[in-house]
Design a protein around this ligand. Sequence first.
Ligand code: NAD
Length: 465
Amino acid sequence: MKITKICCIGAGYVGGPSCAVIAHKCPDVTVTVVDLSQERIDQWNSDNLPIFEPGLEEVVKSCRGKNLFFSTEIDKTIIEAELIIISVNTPTKTYGLGKGRAADLKYIESAARKIAEVSTSSKVVVEKSTVPVKAAESVNNILSANHKHGVRYQVLSNPEFLAEGTAISDLLFPDRVLIGGPQTPEGREAIDALSWVYQHWIPMEKIITMNTWSSELSKLAANAFLAQRISSINAMSAICEATGADVSEVSHAIGTDTRIGARFLQASIGFGGSCFQKDVLNLVYLSECLNLPEVAAYWQQVIEMNEYQKRRFANRIISALFNTVANKKIAIFGFAFKKDTADTRETPSLYICKYLMEEAALVSIYDPKVDHKQIVSDLTDPAVSDKETVDKLVTITTDPYEAAKGAHAIVICTEWDEFKTYNYQRIYDSMLKPAFIFDGRMILDHQSLLELGYHVETVGRRLVR
Ligand code: NAD
């Protein structure tokens, strides 16, 4: 089966960059990314892309208008494509059965229904969104219940492993590409067709094929293992703080063991982002549904540990500042959930702000990339705070020196490289004394900060002045 036209449903953090890279690497294929949101599509078609990712702009500009298109013409694009990628959001359900744990598949369902409604020729349908095991079966059921004469569908699972902040290099040089599909002749043909697309730039040995359920579960498993490593090292950080051990040394010691490996062993204020929490919760719910309560409890603990770490760090700030932060200015450096992205979904920074605001602290937020409107919208979420409190307690600045001026403390919440380059003498001089720095990402040179006169608190280490 020759693929000449791809339609991707969902122009978000995954659909946009992944299809830009496909178009960039496959000049013989026309790729159109569609979305319900006209605003998002307009941004993809402008110089002001809706998401910030290093290298994304160059890739988009290399093929936009040639073989890469962004459109709201969903029906037409589906009709013309041989291969349809579903890359819609699958957030945690906020209502009804499985509330707070299960993945909400309503966007997947509506995309599948739309494909079934408008298709006039056979399609390979690729589930790129992260979904519970057996979601492809549900998509297949919708498609086959509505198929028209002669129209056939093959549903594949092709989960995405990119990480925000490094999405383009992850897509260009992935560790592996996973394709799950039916082990039938038609299924194999569909797998080969998708595999052919990736073979434009990815070596054959990195394209792993397997059955659909294994592929779906592998994505949840990968995120659960990564989140579990972070929670494990964060649990160690609490022991370090209580004993005098240094979590960086422990992390180095265990990371050099080739059986363990060094990555994802950085203690911090907890993981954030749209995926880790939701996918681990998704796994918890799946385990519960499969009547495996011990397995569910095991994975649930990864989330509990993450909550504990954020709360623990906020409590350390409060207790170091003489047990009260009321009416004290505290500078928050970083609001994105990690560096090199403007994404704030589930960002630990939000929770640190929330906990400090509950104690009536005056938080002054600086982030190099996050839009101020986004920060206000996150803080005024009913689960966090209300507009009146935000108006009273929060300022958002475009200047880190302004954020720190007159503050009692600086809290590093995101590991932006630029935070390492500031003139901390100048900042110290402008702060109230004693001046505190809480380095939640362990990125600063603590020794030189101590020499400047700061009180430094960090994760997993006791600093002696
Ligand atoms: P997103 O919210 O940024 O984008 C999803 C887009 O889909 C939105 O623009 C939305 O308007 C659109 N959409 C929803 N329903 C639609 C429909 N019926 N028709 C057309 N458009 C529709 O989400 P994302 O971060 O790109 O994530 C997409 C999926 O990829 C999720 O399942 C996520 O878990 C998974 N994933 C995300 C990441 C990541 O780092 N963000 C990494 C790997 C996998």
